[in-house]
Design a protein around this ligand. Structure first.
Ligand SMILES: *Cc1c(COP(=O)(O)O)cnc(C)c1O
Length: 381
């Protein structure tokens, strides 16, 4: 029996393991030099002047919402075609969440739907745009609308570390108030299971991110209310959280970041092979736009003729663990309870009926990929 082939899988080398082991033998296990080194490497790599390692992208999104000033009763808009965390961060802040339907070609938030919604009069305080599958959407246009209508732009780049958008590396934050990476095990780069990063160019946002990541506490007596009582003194200025990353995670992240280009390149070669081999079947293959480079977290097919479920079941019965990204967030019971209804975001709903993510990860061998291709072709024979 062949070992099951997942839709995604971590890439961990002996160097990564050694980097983690070194930390475990060292003096610092949390908030030590490995965190500083990882954050410096991220700043250098992306070009963003501020980077904060956090426990995962969900806490990163929450911190970013707080840092840009999202308040109870204000609105956060995002794409319904995302993981629930892209919307939940608004709920954590007491905000009202709403959605903007997707573009039927890129499956990213539709810029025309956004324009229309803004013209109708309502305004978000924060817009979370999601780089679906690793490809950044119309971020520059969204940033322009943000200036025009006065909302903050958060880029959920959970899928797109290692990608490029126009003249920047994803994470450079030239077109966002903050950008958030997920370093979860299934994503393009991992810190060993869980992990995230928040990047920004704005010193005030950076200041808030840093403080809120660690309980809202400061040890800088220039920020103290009243005099410092002694070397031990610290003050809690805001209600913050413990959303920190550990040093072992940071060391692994740094080790992985050194090979980010080759990780993304391998994903592109695998995607090229799928593009070539799967054309001509009753499928829509994903579009890679010319002016940007996808991080390629996912390779998503649209399966026509109402056959997505049967292809999913067929692949699973053959040991290929395809998956579906995403069940539209507004159709989840929690969001239905808030008043959302089926039919509100028809492009996202139509897309969901047909979407299927097939295996794409660095360790997928050419032979395994050929098996995936042959199995899909066999299904349509
Ligand atoms: C994975 C993911 C998240 C959450 O990431 P965690 O690091 O698991 O918290 C958020 N948004 C999107 C689009 C994701 O894919």
């Amino acid at each position: 029996m062949r070992k099951p082939i997942p839709y995604s899988r971590q890439n961990v080398t002996e160097e990564d393991v050694e980097a983690v082991a070194q930390i475990l033998r060292s003096d610092w296990l949390t908030t030590g030099p490995a965190i500083t080194n990882f954050e410096s490497a991220l700043k250098e790599y992306t070009g963003a002047p501020f980077a904060f390692a956090v426990s995962n992208a969900t806490t990163g999104l929450h911190l970013a919402c707080l840092a840009v000033g999202l308040k109870p009763g204000e609105e956060l808009w995002t794409s319904p075609n995302s993981f629930v965390a892209s919307a939940n961060c608004g709920i954590y802040c007491g905000a009202k969440v709403d959605f903007v339907d997707i573009d039927p070609k890129t499956y990213n938030l539709s810029i025309s739907a956004l324009r229309e919604k803004l013209k109708s009069g309502s305004r978000p305080k924060v817009l979370v745009t999601v780089d679906f599958s690793g490809q950044t959407g119309d971020l520059k246009e969204i940033a322009q609308l943000g200036r025009e209508y006065g909302f903050k732009v958060l880029q959920d780049a959970s899928h797109s570390i290692g990608g490029r958008y126009l003249d920047e590396r994803v994470g450079a934050c030239n077109y966002s108030d903050a950008t958030i990476f997920s370093l979860h095990a299934v994503k393009v780069l991992t810190t060993g299971g869980e992990g995230g990063v928040v990047l920004t160019r704005d010193p005030q946002i950076a200041h808030k991110l840093q403080r809120l990541r660690s309980h809202g506490i400061t040890r800088d007596d220039k920020e103290f209310i009243g005099p410092k009582q002694g070397g031990w003194d610290y003050q809690m200025i805001d209600l913050g959280y413990n959303y920190r990353m550990t040093d072992a995670q940071a060391a692994m992240g740094l080790s992985q970041l050194k090979r980010i280009e080759s990780l993304v390149q391998r994903r592109h070669r695998l995607a090229d092979t799928y593009d070539r081999e799967l054309s001509g079947l009753p499928l829509t293959l994903p579009v890679r736009l010319k002016d940007r480079v996808s991080g390629l977290h996912l390779y998503v097919l649209r399966v026509h003729q109402n056959r997505r479920k049967s292809l999913y079941d067929f692949l699973h019965s053959n040991g290929i663990l395809a998956n579906v990204h995403y069940i539209p967030i507004h159709t989840q019971p929690y969001y239905q309870e808030l008043g959302f209804r089926l039919g509100q975001f028809p492009e996202a709903e139509a897309y969901y009926q047909e979407a299927l993510s097939i295996p794409l990860y660095v360790g997928l061998s050419d032979e395994e990929q050929q098996y995936v291709i042959d199995t899909i072709k066999g299904f349509f024979k």
